[in-house]
Design a binder for this molecule. Structure first.
Ligand code: UD1
Length: 431
């Protein structure tokens, strides 16, 4: 079984290059199948969720050619199957973007109910509400979401909840609907803007992405093109917090600093120095970390996908901190593992963590419950006294490209081990 073996104690120092944004790439790949012409996409991350998505698209007849580790050529001119239900795509959340893409293009689609990380009930009612408002009949049968429309007509849709996925899915479908669609109370995340920019580069007419009202004037068809995905804001934030927690000095490269403002603000608040340049940020952590309060919110608020990394930092900060999770209802499952490493954290009401800072973590055998918590637990292990074995790293591989290699390059003592012999070799190496 693959695990990470980690010996804590080294501050992370150096430069790290950030990959393309997984959560932008997933819907952009789906939307690329809406044209019969060829689309070239660059800066896709080489992570498991993206590779599952590409396999799923290949299985239904999309021509997919990896032109490089981070680039792909797609052609959706010969799609043979509008039922997307292979086993692997059940595990990723992004597969449901094929519903919006195919409903727009073919007025028909069947896609398996989505999976993704187990961080609480993850409704899809807003997606369905949006498709229905565009004129589709939508039913859930035998584990599939089935959507069909005679014609898709633009509509005025008010989202009851700010949802990244629903905003993007409805925006994608509405691109090929007749007339104007207005999505109110839309999500404003950078990847919503990236998907809109991609659609526009293929001939769509989407305005207002990045604000809470998006206007989409439907067009008859999309054309091919070339597009480069934005950098991954959460991967960047994860390395910024890794620098903070390990008392390091890390320059995080290939980022858009504007997308990182809420993360930077919290790092400054807890006592780190952050320097911004055009496409990189440097985080230096030389003083004791200070306590604070954080509430996760839709963008531009503090991202829920950074909540575990923040908690890992605050558990080592002086004083009492409070972290409130307002997006997902079950996102503190990793706290039990952190407590096993010596943290003093109580979760109240499922959504609030009360954290009394401790002086240090101690290494333990831990299990990763989901993607972002996995990265956060690894960061904790990097600063823990002694050795930590991390189980369940397949979650981390879903969304972080070369995670342990990038950490090694920053001076971390971390190794991927599969056997007891590998582990003993690692122990001998790091002493
Ligand atoms: C996406 C990201 C995820 C991130 C989240 C919030 C992907 C693949 N995943 O997830 O990493 O944590 O945004 O930034 O892009 N909700 C409903 N009904 C709906 C849709 C959502 O009730 O129809 C609820 C969800 O249960 C959740 C909240 O709205 O409580 C936000 O969800 P949403 O923004 O849709 O997250 P995802 O798109 O699933």
């Amino acid at each position: 079984m693959k695990q990470y073996a980690i010996k804590g104690g080294n501050p992370l120092v150096g430069d790290v290059e950030i990959a393309g944004a997984k959560n932008a790439a997933l819907p952009i790949l789906a939307a690329a199948a809406m044209t019969d012409e060829t689309v070239y996409i660059d800066n896709i991350p080489d992570v498991r969720d993206i590779n599952v998505m590409l396999d799923t698209m290949r299985n239904i007849g999309v021509a997919v050619k990896r032109t490089g580790r981070h680039s792909v050529m797609l052609n959706g001119g010969n799609i043979t199957n509008l039922t997307v239900d292979d086993e692997s795509c059940k595990k990723i959340r992004g597969s449901y973007y094929l519903l919006g893409a195919f409903l727009g293009k073919y007025k028909y689609a069947e896609v398996v109910l989505p999976g993704g990380c187990d961080i609480g009930c993850r409704g899809i009612d807003q997606h369905l509400k949006g498709f229905r408002a565009l004129g589709a009949e939508v039913v859930i049968e035998h584990g599939l979401i089935k959507a069909r429309a005679e014609r898709l007509r633009g509509s005025h849709i008010y989202m009851d909840k700010v949802s990244v996925g629903a905003t993007i899915n409805i925006m994608i479908a509405a691109t090929l609907a007749e007339g104007m669609t207005i999505i109110e109370n839309s999500a404003k995340e950078p990847h919503v803007v990236d998907v809109a920019n991609f659609l526009n580069s293929c001939g769509a007419n989407v305005r207002g992405a990045g604000t809470d009202v998006i206007r989409i004037r439907g067009v008859a068809k999309l054309h091919g093109g070339e597009y480069t995905i934005i950098p991954d804001q959460i991967e960047a934030g994860t390395f910024m917090f890794a620098a903070a927690v390990t008392k390091g000095d890390v320059t995080v490269k290939n980022v858009i600093p504007k997308h990182l403002e809420s993360i930077t603000a919290k790092l400054l608040e807890i006592g780190c120095e952050v320097e911004e340049a055009d496409d990189c940020v440097r985080v230096v952590s030389s003083k004791p970390l200070m306590h604070t309060q954080v509430r996760t919110l839709p963008y531009p608020g503090f991202p829920t996908d950074m909540q575990p990394q923040m908690t890992v930092a605050l558990a080592l900060a002086r004083g009492t901190s409070i972290v409130t999770e307002s997006i997902f209802e079950n996102r503190f499952k990793y706290v039990d593992e952190l407590v096993r490493m010596g943290a003093d954290i109580k979760v109240e009401g499922g959504d609030t963590a009360i954290i009394d800072g401790v002086a240090r973590y101690t290494g333990a055998s831990i299990t990763v419950p989901d993607l972002r918590a996995g990265a956060a637990l690894v960061i904790a292990a990097l600063t823990a006294e002694g050795f930590t074995m991390v189980d369940g790293i397949q979650y981390i591989e879903r969304g972080y490209e070369d995670f342990y290699i990038k950490l090694q390059n920053l001076g971390a003592q971390i190794e991927l081990v599969e056997t007891e012999k590998d582990y003993q070799k690692f122990r001998l190496k790091v002493g």
